[in-house]
Design a protein around this ligand. Sequence first.
Ligand code: PLP
Length: 404
Amino acid sequence: MDNQSFRSQFPILNQMVHNKPLVYLDNGATTQKPQCVIDAITNYYTTINSNVHRGVHHLSQLSTDAFESARKTVKEFLGATHSCEIILTKGTTESINLLAYSFGEAFIGEGDEIITTEMEHHANIVPWQLLCERKKAILKVIEVDAKGNLDWTSFEKLLTSKTKLVSVAHISNTLGTINPIERIIESAHKAGAKVHVDGAQSVAHMPINVANSDVDFFSFSAHKMYGPMGIGVLYGKESLLNQMPPYQSGGEMIDQVSFEKTTFNTLPFKFEAGTPDVPGLLGLEAAIKFLQNLGMENIKDAEEDLFNYAVEKLSKIDGLEIFGEADNKASVISFLLQGIHPFDAGTILDQLGVAVRTGNHCAQPIMAKFGITGTIRASMAIYNTKADIDRLAEAIIKTQTMLL
Ligand code: PLP
């Protein structure tokens, strides 16, 4: 993947920023899109645009077929058992809000417990806090050790017969920690709890199989896996989704409506009120096919190689401190430069053509745990090369020379 012809499939990468060739290392926030994804969206609007599920006319049928066939592609990509277990949302944030509302209505009562971790994105904290307030339930938090690993003893202490749900990031967007979700699922299930995995940072970087892992719910956003913004997925086991009430209401999600009584559609439509993002799903399907073509194992290996190179290179820079050195890590490096505010570093790096993210990464609790307010984060994707990492390292050294 480390070659020019591969990179040329991503048109946006071929540009100058502040008169320097762009090095894009903000993939944890969003990834760039290959031409095939852009084409899938454009082709939809130029050939078959029409509303789905409601029309008998030709274009509506083509649009509906393409839409439902793309849902099947998502199902196969995740290793789900049924297409009806793939609920389309706006993204991870909406998937978690849907789950917190609907699972909460069906399964959470006063005194019940939900467990999350200290390393979560706000999207996997706040919906649970609000749910706990509504239901008088209790939110408990697994601790993270100094290296950025989940503290297993802390988890075991929290897990009780009152635990109804464990909701955990597959990969931390800040520390890059890959959490041991299989082990978490096994322990939670033994205690009678369900598990939700926030896959926002994992789905583009490693193979996922929801059936093999036996996870109950899994959420992700298309835009972090080379697909379009504004669409994502909540996977849920059919038996659980069937017991959960609708989240939003309106067209599509109903069966019969009268002023006396409304009955609801079957899965997945029960959870998909209103006109869905059809071109978005076709863009997501194109992104999935693009990834499948490369092979998820190949992607994981290539990114691991690049990550090791980056750690070796950045560790040699004086005054650079890396946050998050978990035993099992993805290609995310959060760091600070001694004596330099992350915002200033990010601004100079940008002037040098290198795009990184600075700030708290929507994960204030883990920042507080490490006693900092933010970091500089370089997060890698399949189009990044060792030359990009060299440019990052050179730009960091130049930043230090300019600011210290
Ligand atoms: N969870 C994690 C771990 C994330 O990194 C993010 C975004 O950065 C989200 C959830 C929220 O994703 P979105 O903004 O696409 O809904």
